[in-house]
Design a protein around this ligand. Structure first.
Ligand SMILES: *[C@@H]1O[C@H](CO)[C@@H](O)[C@H](O)[C@H]1NC(C)=O
Ligand SMILES: *[C@@H]1O[C@H](CO)[C@@H](O)[C@H](O)[C@H]1NC(C)=O
Length: 378
């Protein structure tokens, strides 16, 4: 089942048009899932199974370049002995592909259930024509790429630091948002605490300035997760937006090396039904930020599908940063009560507000709020 690069970039209608250039894939690869557009060099970088590829933006078949990066035979054997499927799981599936500096990309893969990262040299200018795996040593990819190729990872490299929503263990249970690389100590969300993240599937990470001062920059993560935990048979999914402050370095006495500015809100995308019951689209699939003149206020387009097996549909919903910022100002919810459910937070909201940049570390109340839109396109 060989996936096709262009197929995942364009809808079927375009595949049927004539002026389409197709790359038919490599015989020994698949899973062309990680993309990085580099307009400066005129290249599209693609991460796949055991390979990183570089394509010409004008003609995909013109001068394709290829890095072969399979796991070592001994890694592959270890993966096999651990009971994994050699073909489908014991390869190096590339999950992270980010610009690192003027000459290098940062690339991470599952490494046959042993995540690994490396630097790929791409040269300063297009005419340098360089595309090779850096000769310096490989780095541990834990907290950057998942072990299991089936799991989604969203990541972004900002100022030499990698923000990644991923799973950080062999079993695929320890989901977290990490910041690694760079000169600071790594920082993450609390481990095995479903208030923070409840079996999430990460979609994307974005930096959006809050003011003209870069100290105030915020990181936004889009994901979907289980709405409730426990033994309920029908698990509902909620779409989420999470926020973090870029200058969050963790707590001093509590929340050491943990985020202290994490808040999350529900993204609602629904259409009113004839019978007065709204149809909800809860399975967030993708997010696109359309930049506007003001970098603080991109428009957010999100693509959703329904969770229902009976009614299958998709929708695009649009959100403004003004609404998103308002939602993170409260009212808040936290987990409480006999059934330990999400309920409105009725206590006094601590000062400074949760999630505020440059907030002295006090306590954590977990926040959920609802961001609703009914402006639905088909
Ligand atoms: C896959 O095939 C290409 C040639 O088509 C080769 O350059 C590359 O090394 C192969 N990769 C692996 C992992 O064997
Ligand atoms: C970019 O980073 C790589 C890997 O650390 C390093 O070898 C290279 O010298 C850096 N390039 C520049 C222009 O700083």
């Amino acid at each position: 089942n060989k996936s096709n690069i262009l197929y995942s970039l364009f809808p079927t209608e375009m595949l049927e048009s004539n002026n389409l250039l197709t790359f038919n894939g490599l015989a020994n690869s698949s899973a062309y899932h990680t993309f990085l557009l580099d307009e400066e060099r005129g290249r599209l970088f693609v991460g796949a199974k055991d390979h990183v590829l570089s394509f010409n933006l004008v003609d995909i078949n013109l001068d394709m370049q290829l890095i072969s990066w399979p796991p070592s035979p001994s890694r592959r054997d270890e993966c096999k002995w651990a009971g994994k499927d050699v073909q489908r799981e014991c390869s190096n599936f590339i999950k992270v592909l980010q610009p690192f500096n003027q000459t290098h990309l940062y690339v991470c893969g599952t490494g046959a259930f042993h995540p690994v990262c490396a630097y790929v040299e791409v040269g300063k200018r297009p005419e340098d024509n360089i595309f090779q795996l850096g000769s310096s040593s490989f780095e541990n990819g834990r907290g950057k790429s998942p072990y299991d190729p089936k799991l989604l990872t969203a990541s972004m490299l900002i100022d030499g630091e990698l923000y990644a929503g991923t799973s950080a263990d062999f079993m695929g249970r320890d989901f977290a948002i990490f910041r690694t690389l760079g000169k600071h100590h790594p920082i993450r969300t609390e481990q095995h605490d479903s208030r923070w993240l409840n079996d999430p599937r990460f979609i994307s990470v974005h930096l959006i300035p809050e003011s003209d001062n870069p100290e105030d920059d915020k990181i936004y993560l889009f994901f979907r997760e289980n709405a409730i935990d426990g033994e309920q048979t029908s698990k509902a999914t909620h779409a989420r937006i999470g926020q973090l402050c870029k200058n969050d370095f963790g707590g001093h006495r509590s929340l050491v090396n943990k985020w202290t500015t994490f808040l999350k809100a529900r993204l609602i995308c629904s259409v009113p039904g004839l019978n007065g019951i709204d149809t909800h689209f809860d399975e967030l699939q993708d997010v696109f930020l359309m930049s506007s003149k003001d970098p603080k206020n991109p428009i957010i387009y999100a693509v959703f599908t329904t969770s229902s097996n009976i009614f299958k549909g998709s929708a695009v919903c649009m959100y403004s940063m003004a609404d998103i910022r308002r939602v993170f100002l409260g009212p808040y919810a936290h987990r409480d009560g006999p059934n330990y459910q999400w309920v409105p937070f009725l206590g006094r909201v601590p000062y400074p507000r949760p999630g505020t940049v440059r907030r002295p570390i006090t306590q954590l109340i977990m926040i959920i709020n609802i961001l609703s839109t009914k402006s639905t396109l088909k």
